[in-house]
Design a protein around this ligand. Sequence first.
Ligand SMILES: [Zn+2]
Length: 403
Amino acid sequence: MTDSPSTTSSILITDIGLLSTQTERGDIEDAAFVIEGGRIAWIGAQSSAPSADIRWSASGRCVIPGFVDSHAHLVFAGERSAEFAARMAGQSYSAGGIASTVSATRAASDEELQRTVAALVAELLASGVTTFEIKSGYGLTVHDEQRSLSIASDFTPETTFLGAHVVPAEFRDDPGGYVDLVTGDMLDSCRVHARWVDVFCDRGAFDGDQARAILSAGIEAGLLPRVHANQLQHGPGVQLAVEMDAASADHCTYLDDADIDALANSQTVATVLPGAEFSTRSPYPDARRMLDAGVTMAIATDCNPGSSFTTSMPWCISMAVREMHMTPAEAVTAATLGGARALRRDDVGRITQGARADFIVLDAPSPIYLAYRPGVNVIAEVWRNGELVEANSSSDKEASADG
Ligand SMILES: [Zn+2]
């Protein structure tokens, strides 16, 4: 194995047994593509591939776009394994468990929070995630939300202000006062570090009117909306997301026909988070019903210490297939192109000329293996911006250890 190619040379990725483009071109057998300056410069049949400075063989394996994780809560301290064990022993989930993470996060140093984010980002990359969103939401003071987003923005441009995660204990008797803080001083301090504004619109968190006020203030401040909607019960979250042209309504577990109609006739993506239902032993959303109605869907990890402590997109894909009745192909699309749509990005989530050269070489002949081999690592290589950033085969690991 040679040194990792750099973005200064053109690279021909060749011997691709099956290339899943996630474009109208569909899957291409015996494919190749050229990377220049971190972008895809040419794509087509291997037999007609142009030459390039470096030739890199996929050895007949399958290549898919890098995963796009549009929903992750990575800035936190502490852990809640005991709460997980208690749920598995029969206790039910409530939004209130977030409070223990808030206490730990407020007490943590910036360095501790940075280390946690860096470790989780490394896990995401190893699982094939090349674009990811990070939310605040465990600080819930002006200072702690601001520093959470400042830390997050060192890792990704897709940062989300989630001051409206839950009402913190000190505002228990004055939730209106907390909404005023979120839409006032907190938003003022956080807006420069955030691209998105989010609200947990559900039982035990924020109601429809509060959520509308928070999203409206965020939009007024130049942020783009997304919503935690209809996770714990049927509520106004999905309709609100569509009304405000949110990029995504996330969870979508309890939907009625009107919600599905609204999503299908909107630009709002329905993002499902199988880790949350798994870890709270809750009913899974009916992805089949949404897909059949024409709703655009994404799959995300929801990585957080309370209700979904996973960074594995392949595992999320296998759960969406098994428990939400997506086909393997639909699930892979949701984890790539769907995630990109949920972040309103057209430069990632697909392999096409001009797109960022973010892709995964699977140790498999087809993407079906992501669900067909649950819990087995089939991610052989991860490339980001045209650079090899992860190589999981044993021979590659030896090569990088030597280098
Ligand atoms: Zn979430």
